[in-house]
Write a protein that binds this ligand. Structure first.
Ligand code: UT7
Length: 331
């Protein structure tokens, strides 16, 4: 009898991250808006975040993270076949930030495009790359989530400016002979699009004196409503991938949730019955880095040896759109 052929799986060959060196603490924010370290810590869990210097772009951060991931994967830039950059803060509306990263890396053979899924960007990017790799269209992919959100934050709005940070996370993906992605889940709900959005700069409100006066070029959020959607969708999505792969919650070594708010993460853990000690959090140091968040968290969880070879890992993200998604993988 012929041996059953194992389905090809796609895994991670290398990880990288980069955050700008400048730290903005809660104490620094107390000098900018009417807030307190105590409020920010107890309502969000965030203690500090990184902010890029003026002139530093999303492609600068993406390039650094991407280069580190390629090094870890021992893949030469010239051999990269696909580059996906997930971002809500591209260098420019066009060309894509991924083309700018390609140029910096010298990845001349790669096909490059950007992906817009807000805070679900890393997960959406990885699932997209997985599909191209499974089909055999490309042999490897560099997926980067990168943001310079500090340029799109209303620094007079205390309800949003304390939440976000700048940074980039990256991974190299390719077919693997052991481990890899076992199940994925993605979802979207455009009915809730206006709970979290940036109205200006696109075709709806192109840049004008008026759009600037009306502060349309800054992020706007209905935090309380977003909170509720985030908890429900992240908990459900994590449940879907576990069920699809017939992996029990107790078998998972590490959950990597989108790093928006410790209260959201704790509520997801409670609702989805995930043991909180297995849930990785680093938002206290970086705030919400949107599309970069889950890849930065995965990178640090591996560095801190919270994830070891053979372990089951669940990444779960949620963001504007609304969008959400999960990846169950074996390390
Ligand atoms: O990445 C995915 C998208 N983003 C998220 O997942 C974020 C989701 N939302 C949240 O994390 C939370 O809703 C927030 C952290 C944004 C807010 O927490 P909350 O418990 O929902 O607070 P709230 O918006 O209901 O505000 C409570 C109070 C308000 O005062 P009043 O009206 O009760 O007097 C706010 O004005 O806290 C006030 N407040 C602040 N006070 C001090 C809001 N921001 C601040 C602040 N400092 N920075």
């Amino acid at each position: 009898m012929a041996a059953a052929r194992r389905t090809k799986r796609i895994g991670i060959l290398g990880l990288g991250m980069y955050v700008p060196p400048k730290v903005l603490t809660n104490a620094d924010l107390e000098k900018i808006v009417e807030t307190s370290d105590e409020w920010i810590r107890t309502r969000t869990g965030i203690r500090e975040r990184r902010v890029a210097d003026p002139g530093t772009t999303t492609s600068d951060l993406a390039f650094e993270a991407g280069q580190r991931a390629l090094r870890q994967a021992r893949l030469q830039p010239k051999d990269v076949e696909l580059i996906i950059v997930a971002t809500t803060t591209p260098d420019m509306l066009f060309p894509s930030t991924s083309c700018l990263v390609q140029q910096r890396l010298g990845a001349t053979k790669a096909v490059c495009f950007d992906l817009s899924a807000a805070c679900s960007g890393s997960v959406f990017g990885m699932v997209t790359a997985q599909q191209y790799l499974l089909s055999g269209r490309y042999r490897n992919a560099l997926v980067i989530g990168a943001e310079v959100l500090s340029g799109f934050i209303d620094w007079t709005d205390r309800s949003t400016c304390v939440l976000f940070g700048d940074g980039a996370g990256a991974c190299v993906m390719a077919p693997v002979s052991r481990g890899g992605i076992l199940a994925t889940d993605m979802g979207s709900d455009g009915r809730a699009a206006e709970l979290l959005y940036m109205p200006g700069g696109g075709s709806k409100y192109p840049p004008s004196h008026r759009s600037v006066e009306q502060r349309l070029h800054f992020l706007r959020m209905n935090g309380t409503e977003v909170f509720k959607h985030a908890v429900r969708h992240m908990a459900d999505s994590a449940g879907h991938v576990l069920k699809a792969a017939k992996v029990k919650r107790e078998q998972v070594a590490c959950f990597i949730p989108h790093q928006a708010n410790t209260r959201i993460i704790e509520a997801v853990a409670k609702y989805a019955k995930l043991p909180i000690e297995k849930v990785f959090m680093n938002l206290q140091r970086y705030g919400n880095t949107s599309a970069a968040s889950t890849l930065i968290a995965l990178y640090e969880a591996v560095e801190e040896e919270r994830i070891r070879r053979g372990d089951y890992v669940v990444m779960v993200a949620f963001g504007a759109g609304m969008t959400w998604g999960s990846i169950l993988l074996q390390w």
